[in-house]
Design a protein around this ligand. Structure first.
Ligand code: 5AD
Ligand code: SF4
Length: 454
């Protein structure tokens, strides 16, 4: 068998980071990455089960690989990620051409499991007991920065660093606590070492990752080192590592957002003025049913404080419409919240019933057509607000981190996370991704800005 692997990643940043870890451990075992599935000897699909649609996309990709497996029985197909964790052996029962199914906590063991699988035909490796956290094995983490790979286009200048895994919140609609297990915070030293390795390799932007970064250090800890150490402490420590131009983090649950973290925005120069703060709904009744553990008043107080400390901060959010029991009046409250906060942008979704979650068993489901109407209504108004907020930037000069240079065109990102396109002047043709340049904004659209350099 050859040694070319192809990896397809669905879902969130955590999955992207996990795929990078998988890729790196495969490089270290002599594999090379292919950007096409049809000439690969090993195909890994890193799956997402947050909504039904993501799961369907995975099954249709998997179906399309059946023929390739028939042509080449030596091909190994591995299913990883959240669907793997949830369905386990049922993936192989449904799709007999799958060789290996690994749960979310087994990515570090992949090269060994592949070896084992070759001698055992098919293999499923999962953990069933979520009450016992499995610590990220620091010894098995890469010692040097991975080469930029096709997994994440931005990996040359921006990298994710996982600070914690899992989630303890059990929001009633969410599969994550079941697919990723209990919350575990990594050791400070492991995180700092990983950031340093990555920054030494020339990366300019670090994004700290966790399902709920605000509770870093509060739950299961790898060691006592982080007993009284909070996310804001970690952020300050990472921020001071030389060479980091931009620091971001995601995701935060509003219920754990501390004043200390909010004040970081006034203090840390390289912390980007962008906060992704998922609210999910504008109705206290629905928030209670979602088990979110905050009220709209709490949320608004946090937003106000953030804007006091950092007046230009961009606030984005996640919204679910059509949660079971969501009445017209509840949805109106979500629309009102949008008017009150004026989110710079948002990700909004129709509620998707996930097996195994508490909301799955709530009776009063909202019809598909009503969910579609509400989603369209929300997104239409959000687009208008995004455009209005973007238009306020016309005429202003903003620092933009270059992400891509194609001929005379540059695209990049503001601190607040707007995508910016501009022409490259003659002295800018040497630009490389990761450099920060001043751009005067000349035009604002709903999804991006245009500008000029001096
Ligand atoms: N249905 C719809 N959206 C969901 N999300 C999580 N679970 C579901 C679900 N069952 C959304 C939430 C979360 C984002 C990552 O995905 O808004 O913040
Ligand atoms: Fe899911 Fe809630 Fe945990 Fe986010 S905080 S991963 S929505 S359970």
């Amino acid at each position: 068998m050859g040694n070319a692997f192809y990896i397809k990643t669905f879902g969130c940043q955590m999955n992207i980071r996990d795929s990078e870890i998988i890729a790196q451990s495969l490089y270290e075992h002599g594999y090379i990455e292919s950007d096409r599935s049809d000439n690969a000897d090993l195909i890994i699909i890193n799956t997402c089960s947050i909504r039904e649609k993501a799961e369907q996309k995975f099954f249709s990709l998997l179906g399309s690989l059946k023929k390739q497996k028939e042509r080449n029985p030596q091909l190994l197909i591995c299913v990883a990620g959240c669907v793997a964790q949830q369905l386990g052996p049922r993936v192989i029962e449904r799709m007999g051409h799958v060789d290996l199914v690994i749960g979310t906590q087994y990515i570090y063991d992949l090269p060994q499991l592949i070896k084992q699988c070759k001698s055992e035909n098919s293999l499923t490796e999962l953990r069933d007991d979520y009450q016992i956290p499995r610590y990220i094995p620091s010894s098995s983490l890469p010692k040097k920065a991975a080469e930029p790979s096709s997994i994440s286009e931005s990996s040359r200048f921006s990298r994710f660093v996982t600070i914690m895994q899992g989630c303890n919140n059990f929001c009633s609609y969410c599969v994550v606590p079941y697919t990723r297990g209990r919350e575990v915070s990594r050791n400070i030293k492991d995180i700092i070492d990983e950031v340093k390795v990555v920054v030494d390799s020339g990366v300019k932007e670090i994004v700290l990752l966790g399902q709920n970064v605000n509770s870093y250090g509060m739950t299961n800890r790898v060691s006592d080192e982080i007993e009284n150490y909070r996310f804001s402490d970690l952020l300050k420590e990472v921020s001071s590592i030389p060479g980091i131009e931009r620091l971001r983090f995601t995701t935060s649950n509003p219920k754990d957002l501390s004043d200390d973290l909010i004040h970081c925005f006034g203090k840390l120069d390289n912390l980007c003025a962008h906060f992704h703060l998922p609210v999910q709904s504008g109705s206290d009744k629905i928030l209670r049913a979602m088990n979110r553990k905050y009220t709209i008043a709490d949320y608004l107080a946090r937003v106000e404080k953030l804007r006091e400390v950092s007046p230009n901060i961009a606030i984005s959010t996640d919204i679910i419409v059509g949660f079971p029991g969501e009445s017209d009046a509840d949805f109106v409250q979500t629309m009102q919240l949008l008017e009150t906060v004026r989110f710079n942008s948002s990700f909004s979704f129709k509620y998707s019933d996930r097996p195994g979650t508490v909301a799955h068993d709530i009776g009063s489901k909202v019809s598909e057509s009503l969910k579609t109407d509400r989603l369209q209504q929300f997104q239409k108004r959000q687009d208008e607000i995004t455009l209005e907020e973007n238009q306020k930037l016309v005429g202003i000069t903003l620092p933009v981190m270059v992400e891509a240079v194609a001929g005379n065109d540059i695209s990049g990102r503001t601190e607040m996370n707007h995508i910016v396109h501009c022409g490259a002047g003659s002295d800018l043709d040497q630009l490389i991704p990761g450099e920060v340049i001043d751009v005067r904004i000349t035009y604002a659209g709903p999804h991006s800005l245009k500008g000029e350099t001096y």
